[in-house]
Write a protein that binds this ligand. Structure first.
Ligand code: ADP
Length: 266
């Protein structure tokens, strides 16, 4: 493919003077494509051997009671680490798929209440009773989107709210009207985030506190996934947080992404 990719920068000076600069970014663009394909291929190839490994580890774990304590301990570490690797590989694969293809084939009006309830149940299982998780649906219209993608974006936000807040925190998952259309919100009254970190949170592997994040089982890709899912739904992400005042993640969907409420027959 011989097409060139150019980037233009136009600077206006007063009323009638402008400076136009063109930069040939063809090479950069190709490199970026190669990086994406490479990550997608590697993560795909790593999946099978990891599944085999995890399968054997599970088999041995069933017999862990017969092992000397030192070996049983090693086995449980192996299990943790393969789990972590599987999460990482799955997230990498998901992210590169979100970056590579356009999406949109599986967009349908979503049943918002059951979607939010489902995410709440999973978050509750992760929280194991440590936090209080609530669902509020105040917008009757339905979001038109990919069930799998919106589900994964919302679960990432909800599981972050569980993992990065202390016991006793209140977490709310919301679908509500917004001046531009409607929004999905995940709000917590936990420890919050220093605003200096906010602009970089959606970068791959960016973490406020590296040690804490791997401890809590994060891959560092959660918010990057959220950002890409939203891009594919013409939506934007707003993050509001202050230390000690909790955090609010708001996904704003424009009007033309909304379908009328479902009418029940009879
Ligand atoms: P990770 O796998 O590290 O959770 P994410 O991209 O999902 O990766 O999140 C990036 C960082 O944002 C986290 O490491 C954490 O420091 C911060 N973060 C995300 N959600 C919250 C929250 N609700 N409260 C406080 N910090 C958060």
């Amino acid at each position: 493919d011989e097409r060139k990719v150019l980037q233009f920068q136009i600077t206006l000076y007063g009323d009638d003077e402008r400076l136009v600069m063109a930069r040939d970014i063809t090479r950069l663009h190709r490199l970026e494509e190669m990086r994406r394909d490479f990550v997608a291929n590697v993560s795909h190839e790593l999946r099978t051997p990891l599944t085999v490994l995890a399968g054997y580890i599970e088999t041995y774990a069933d017999a862990a009671g017969m092992l000397p304590p030192r070996l049983a301990q090693g086995l449980s570490r192996m299990r943790e680490q393969t789990d972590r690797m599987q999460n990482l590989v799955n997230d990498l694969l998901l992210l590169s798929r979100l970056e590579i293809d356009q999406g949109g084939e599986d967009h349908v009006p979503l049943a918002m209440t059951s979607l939010l309830e489902e995410v709440r149940r999973d978050a509750e299982a992760l929280s194991a009773g440590q936090q209080r998780i609530e669902v509020e649906v105040e917008e009757p219209r339905r979001l038109v989107g990919s069930d799998a993608e919106i589900h994964s974006a919302l679960s990432n936000l909800a599981s972050n709210a569980v993992r990065y807040t202390p016991e006793g925190t209140r977490i709310t998952l919301r679908w509500r009207p917004h001046p531009k259309g409607a929004c999905l919100e995940v709000e917590d009254d936990g420890e919050g985030i220093d605003p200096v970190h906010i602009p970089r949170l959606t970068e791959r592997f960016y973490r406020v506190d590296k040690g804490r994040s791997s401890e809590t089982g994060g891959t560092g890709l959660g918010l990057a996934i959220v950002k890409h899912v939203l891009l594919r739904h013409d939506a934007s992400l707003e993050i509001e947080s202050h230390p000690g005042e909790g955090a609010l993640f708001r996904c704003v969907f424009p009007d033309d992404r909304l379908a009328p409420p479902q009418t029940t027959a009879g």
